[in-house]
Every structure is written in structure tokens, then in C-alpha cells.
Design a protein around this ligand. Structure first.
Ligand SMILES: CC(C)(COP(=O)(O)OP(=O)(O)OC[C@H]1O[C@@H](n2cnc3c(N)ncnc32)[C@H](O)[C@@H]1OP(=O)(O)O)[C@@H](O)C(=O)NCCC(=O)NCCS
Length: 242
């Protein structure tokens, strides 16, 4: 990683940053279902990260200009509870409006997501996200660095912030899902992440899952944690393709 650059600063994403974040999401992850629902839905979606104690949402600026951002979750099950408690209705409304504005998405929604979301919105159960060894994992949800700022170690610094918070929260690894043929996959391959699985979604998207251990995180997940099946783990990650 290049030496730290004083021009580049990192801070929590604020509501004033959301138009930038949403614009980058639409540009870099346009094939995802959330992006196709439109900017208003995405704004609501990112607000869930900005307001959650269990999420890390960081913006990078270079000489005061927005250069990139990252969002991740250090306790996905608690973050989900946060969404259900504070954002469920607004997300449902914006999602419905998104479907009305983009009717071609309705069939896709009914085929791939309606049942899943109905179950999630009504289920009181929250399973702790754990890996095959029953260790607690964090999730890197989205990461973008603008082309003119790439190659300066900004992505590494953003991920480091998630790693630090995840280690403090007792996570022992970070997982993510990204498009198999995207720039992100090449990046994760070259920066030491391990491929854990690859698959094609019902939308026809080719996705690869990556994982990386957090060396300083050692605590075990709660013994009472519900272990997720590999299928559930993949479905959970697919919601937020990086
Ligand atoms: C992938 C991305 C986040 C990398 O950001 P970045 O700030 O340029 O990355 P860094 O400067 O921290 O790079 C760290 C290392 O990864 C390498 N790297 C960066 N981009 C790479 C790529 N596309 N392919 C392979 N290696 C890459 C760098 O050479 C560097 O290696 P070094 O430490 O040996 O010099 C950025 O290119 C991006 O936002 N792309 C578009 C959106 C995207 O694909 N996001 C990821 C999916 S969530």
C-alpha cells in the first residue's frame, strides 16, 4: 500500500454525501436490482448504513473532493434488526414506487424476491452470520474509488476501517460478493482475498464470493448463534453485491 497521503481524509458518510454515493452506485453496480429500482430507493437503502451502529459507512475525500466510499456491516444480524425497526416502511414504500416507475422489474421481483422479502419482513428470527467454523463474520457491501483517485491506496484504507471495527466486534473474517467479471473481482484476487464460491443468480448475474481473515479478531461467535446454511449465507450476501 502506498504511504499515507495527508490530502486524503476519511469520515463517516453523512446525508449530504448520499447523492454522490447513490450516483456512484448507479454507475458501478447498475445491474443490481436495487440500482434498477432507482435513486430514491438507493438513497433510502444507504441511509440504513448511515444510521446503524452495526454498519461502517465511510467516505474518502482528496483535497475536499469526494473520491470514494465504502459501506459494510460488522454485525449483519443486528443491522438487519435496525432496518426492520427503523427503515422497513420507508424501504417498502420506495421499493413499491420503484416498481411502479419501472414496471419491467415487477416480473423479476415476483420471480426472485417477493417471497424472500415477505419472509424477512415478517420473521422475528435473526440468525447470526457465521462462517463454516462458526466464527462471526463481517460483510463488505459496497466499495467504489473514482478512476482519477485509483491506485493511491484509498480502497485499502477504506477496507482497513471496516477490518478494525469488525475485529473490535469479534469478527474473524470479512466476506463479500462481487460480479465475477467486474473490476472488483480482479482487485480482490490481487489483494489476497480467497474465493469461497461462485454462482449465477436467478437474474443471470455471475457472482463470486470472497473472504479474508481478520488476524486480530479471535473471539468466537455466541454458542447460541443460529448457524446459517450455505444457501442462506449466499442469499444474504446476494442482497448486497459489492
Ligand atoms: C477496485 C477499486 C475499489 C480499487 O480501488 P483503489 O483505491 O484503486 O485500490 P488501491 O489503490 O487501494 O489498490 C490496492 C492494491 O490493489 C491493486 N489494484 C487496484 N485495482 C486493481 C484492479 N482493478 N485489478 C487488480 N489489482 C488492482 C493495486 O495495484 C494495489 O496494489 P499494490 O498495493 O501492490 O500497489 C476501484 O478500482 C473501483 O472502485 N472500481 C470500480 C468499482 C468496483 O469494482 N468496486 C469493487 C466492487 S465492490
Amino acid at each position: 500500500m502506498p504511504a499515507p497521503d495527508d490530502r486524503i481524509t476519511y469520515r463517516r458518510i453523512q446525508s449530504v454525501d448520499l447523492p454522490f454515493v447513490v450516483e456512484q452506485h448507479q454507475q458501478y453496480f447498475p445491474r443490481g436490482f436495487f440500482a434498477r429500482l432507482g435513486g430514491r430507493f438507493l438513497t433510502r437503502y444507504y441511509l440504513t448504513y448511515c444510521t446503524s451502529d452495526d454498519a461502517i459507512a465511510v467516505a474518502a475525500t482528496a483535497d475536499g473532493v469526494r473520491a470514494g466510499y465504502m459501506v459494510g456491516t460488522i454485525s449483519p444480524q443486528d443491522h438487519r434488526q435496525h432496518i426492520l425497526r427503523w427503515h422497513r416502511s420507508a424501504l417498502a414504500v420506495e421499493g413499491a414506487l420503484g416498481l411502479i416507475r419501472h414496471p419491467s422489474l415487477v416480473a423479476t421481483f415476483l420471480r426472485t424476491r417477493a417471497l424472500l422479502y415477505a419472509r424477512k419482513l415478517t420473521s422475528p428470527r435473526t440468525a447470526v452470520l457465521v462462517d463454516a467454523d462458526n466464527e462471526k463474520v463481517a460483510v463488505l457491501n459496497h466499495l467504489v474509488v473514482l478512476p482519477q483517485f485509483q491506485g493511491q491506496g484509498i480502497a485499502s484504507c477504506l477496507i482497513e476501517r471496516l477490518e478494525t471495527a469488525a475485529a473490535l466486534a469479534g469478527c474473524t473474517s470479512i466476506v463479500l460478493v462481487t460480479e465475477t467479471d467486474g473490476q472488483g473481482a480482479a482487485y480482490y484476487h490481487s489483494t489476497g482475498w480467497t474465493v469461497t464460491s461462485a454462482r449465477t443468480t436467478r437474474d443471470g448475474q455471475h457472482l463470486t464470493s470472497f473472504s479474508r481473515p481478520i488476524l486480530s479478531g479471535t473471539s468466537k461467535a455466541s454458542a447460541s448463534a443460529d448457524r446459517l446454511s450455505p444457501q442462506n449465507l449466499d442469499a444474504r450476501r446476494e442482497e448486497s453485491v459489492s
